[in-house]
Design a protein around this ligand. Structure first.
Ligand SMILES: [Zn+2]
Length: 490
């Protein structure tokens, strides 16, 4: 039946009669049942490398097995991968005989800071460290293999993220000029707290330049004169300063383990080509007794992947299995920086050049409260169709116009200040040239809060959205050609 349908002149239409029938098994009730487990208190917020994440992985694995999907790796359904967290064991800083206190007087990023011992005899003061077309604070200074001292200056940035971006750029400039260490004078001290654990990461970074933030108090010790503000510092000319500083940092990396859960439905005549359906099952865990349930983020996407697997499994059982192999993958590590999908994209089970597309669902159960009067609430944001393949939009439009009739909102494709395109797992596929589509409902007041719970999910709307993804996957898994890769990634 499949082969005949494919050989007819209008395969999209012929196949979609079946697609529609199986997509009707995606009901609000079936989604609610699964999501109620995934976003339950028992899963403890599913933080990567915690017992809650492992419970969620076990649930998904069992579900995939019960559907008759094959395990995605040679050792089972779970693709295990290591993650690292650095713990600071000890740090000290003495400047010109005075001992300073971590957190009170100075700080650093634990993950980025290497373990080491540094005797610092000279520091090059480079003013505010600005390098632009019209200005170079390094003019006349040679900072190669030297420690550079930079004043943050008067920050006009409105958000802490922007401020951080500016600071990072300054550090990067110093590094590019060959600095062996960077010291930033900021007004952040004393800090209320200084966590001793760093953020989670996948691979050790090499060549990281030690970067330290210091108070005006330490700056005064280095300059050998009292400075209390950036105004005081602006009177000091860039120069080479003799100092006697000793910095030592000792940290330990702890290796933890996480997993992506992968179930496979082998295709028929095109089984060596792949369609990947993804959603991240990890969330941000709990703080004390407060659980971050992550019902929308991304319990909804995880549920979508499982529900689509169930619909495809029923189709296959009745002789309507897909021509291409479908890979159902729920990943972890997303909230820590897209780690699980990065690990997969660097260690793919199936060749990425034979992976026709990645359809990623991350937050598909809610309505964006920012939608304006007159905006439809019968919508989904589709992101990424303007990149990599001109087939993406054509197929989505045809599936949606014929059957689903959601408003496909493409506002986040171009010039998006939120940079949503870069903020979920599909991006690791896009980076490697795999066409992607990202389905997203937008953020809301419960985003990354304990109130992102199952009772706030709009299951009727979610079912419609999952049907759109399912029908799109159906077409992409059964059409004659893989998606063409005819647009460069911008
Ligand atoms: Zn999130």
């Amino acid at each position: 039946m499949i082969a005949i349908a494919v050989l007819t002149a209008s395969p999209v239409f012929a196949q979609n009669n079946d697609a529609i029938r199986y997509s009707n098994t995606i009901t609000p009730a079936s989604l609610r049942t699964k999501l109620s487990v995934i976003a339950s208190a028992e899963m403890e917020g599913r933080e990567t490398a915690t017992p809650g994440q492992k419970k969620a992985a076990a649930y998904i694995e069992n579900y995939f097995r019960s559907l008759g999907l094959l395990p995605g790796t040679s050792t089972g359904y779970q693709m295990h991968y290591p993650v690292y967290v650095d713990t600071l064991m000890d740090a000290s800083l003495i400047v010109n005989g005075k001992k300073f206190t971590l957190g009170h007087d100075y700080s650093f990023d634990i993950t980025g800071m290497p373990t080491g011992n540094w005797i610092i005899n000279t520091v090059i003061y480079a003013g505010t460290g600005v390098v632009s077309e019209t200005r170079d604070d390094y003019k006349g200074l040679n900072v190669k293999n030297q420690w550079v001292l930079i004043d943050e200056g008067t920050s006009t940035e409105t958000t802490s993220l922007r401020r951080l971006t500016v600071l990072r750029r300054k550090v990067e400039q110093a590094r590019l000029k060959g600095a062996k260490g960077v010291i930033l004078i900021t007004k952040d001290f004393p800090k209320k707290s200084f966590p001793l654990k760093g953020s989670m990461y996948l691979k050790k970074t090499v060549n990281s330049v030690p970067t330290l933030s210091i108070s005006y108090g330490i700056a005064s010790a280095i300059f050998n004169q009292q400075v209390d503000s950036t105004a005081d510092l602006s009177n000091i000319h860039p120069s080479v300063l003799n100092t006697k500083a000793h910095l030592s940092v000792y940290k330990r990396a702890i290796m933890l383990e996480s997993s992506n859960v992968i179930g496979i439905m082998p295709g028929t005549d095109k089984k060596d080509e792949y369609v990947m359906l993804t959603g991240h099952y990890d969330h941000i865990g709990k703080r004390g007794n407060d659980i971050y349930y992550g019902a929308d983020d991304d319990g909804s996407g995880t549920t979508s992947v499982i529900q689509m697997a169930e619909a495809f499994a029923q189709a296959k059982a009745e002789g309507h299995g897909p021509r291409r192999t479908i890979v159902f993958m729920t990943v972890s590590g997303e909230e820590e920086g897209l780690l699980g999908s990065q690990f997969y994209s660097e260690n793919p089970v199936f060749p990425l050049n034979k992976t026709s597309v990645n359809l990623n669902t991350d937050m598909v159960g809610r309505i964006d409260p920012g939608r304006k009067e007159g905006d439809s609430t019968n919508y989904i944001y589709v992101i990424g169709e303007d990149k990599l393949s001109s087939d993406l939009m054509k197929i989505t439009d045809s599936v949606n116009n014929q059957y689903i009739k959601l408003e496909l909102d493409r506002r986040f494709n171009a010039n998006d200040p939120n940079r949503f395109y870069y903020r979920s797992d599909h991006y690791n596929f896009a980076k490697k040239g795999v066409p992607i589509l990202f389905y997203f409902n937008g953020t809301h007041a419960d985003y990354h809060r304990t109130t992102d719970t199952v009772d706030k999910i709009n299951f009727d709307l979610m079912a419609k959205r999952v049907k759109l993804v399912f029908n799109t996957a159906w077409v992409m898994a059964n059409r004659n050609e893989m998606l063409k890769r005819d647009i460069p990634l911008r």
